[in-house]
Write a protein that binds this ligand. Structure first.
Ligand code: THG
Length: 262
């Protein structure tokens, strides 16, 4: 599983405060802790309140790179903010994200090619979030076709069906699970899939339980990537156990430890 640690996000109070005061320590602690917990990449998101996101993302990238060489997933709705991060990133990168609108694809696909970056494609457009698996498929197909036309390698494309909170959009989770299966049929080689896992439980009481239950269900639909909290041990143990049972990981009695040492 391509695990993207979600915790370096200005929406969290501690991270927002560290950004404000240029305090490196809380950011570096999160970078190290998430990497040690098994994150393959770190999401880097300035948060909604950042006054100067281009400067902020550069500071975050520099701060993180001082302590880890983990892949960075540059998370912004603004392409110039993503490019600011890419321009100084030393290690592998993921662009998080493009939608299906041609104006966005025209900017972000060439950017991914220029910086040799992976790319997350969201199944949404300027009209908003999809309401069923058919809309998700149509939007995902637009992204895949565009990438094929521009010779962007499909192995570096992660399609995100857009997970919505179960407390306000209860019927959508099943649509997401079906979309994950059907995305794989869009091309050969198949695109990879990813979800923003914590979206599912926003505003609910049993967040961790809902997150890990949905994660395992999505794994059964072939999910290859997840933006999640790698410090949630129960979540990571469920993830690893599901990989084992799905024969993605060789069995040994200490399989939880063995996975983490990979
Ligand atoms: N897809 C892609 N990228 C994404 C998302 C996605 N990036 C952002 C988000 N969704 C994934 N990251 C988070 C990070 C935190 C939370 C949810 C998703 C979260 N935060 C607490 C909350 O809102 O309740 C904040 C708590 C606090 O303020 O301390 O749940 O879907 N490609």
């Amino acid at each position: 599983m391509f695990i993207v640690g979600e915790l370096i996000n200005g929406m969290y109070k501690k991270v927002g405060a560290a950004i404000q005061t240029k305090d490196k320590k809380p950011i570096q602690d999160l970078a190290i802790a998430q990497t040690n917990a098994g994150a393959s990449a770190l999401d880097v998101n300035c948060g909604p309140a950042s006054a100067n996101p281009k400067e902020t993302i550069k500071w975050l990238v520099e701060t993180i790179q001082e302590v880890v060489d983990t892949t960075l997933a540059l998370d912004s709705t603004k392409p110039d903010v993503i490019e600011a991060g890419l321009s100084i990133a030393k290690n592998q990168t993921v662009i998080n994200s493009t939608g299906a609108d041609v104006e966005r694809l025209d900017i972000l696909v060439p950017m991914a090619l220029k910086y040799n970056s992976s790319l997350i494609g969201l199944a949404m457009n300027k009209k908003g979030v999809p309401q069923d698996k058919f809309q998700r498929l149509e939007l995902a197909a637009t992204i895949v076709t565009y990438c094929q036309e521009k010779n962007f390698p499909i192995e570096k494309l992660y399609l995100d069906p857009i997970v919505l909170p179960v407390n306000v959009a209860q019927a959508q989770a099943e649509e997401v699970l079906e979309a994950l299966r059907e995305f794989k049929l869009l091309s050969d080689p198949a695109p990879k899939t990813i979800v923003g896992l914590s979206n599912i439980s926003q505003g609910t009481v049993n967040r961790s339980l809902i997150n890990r239950t949905f994660l395992v269900m999505a794994q059964c639909s072939g999910l290859e990537g997840a933006i999640l909290d790698p410090l949630d041990k129960d979540l990571m143990d469920a993830l690893i156990s599901a990989e084992l049972i799905r024969n993605k990981q060789i069995y040994c009695d200490s399989f939880l430890d063995a996975y983490k040492k990979k």
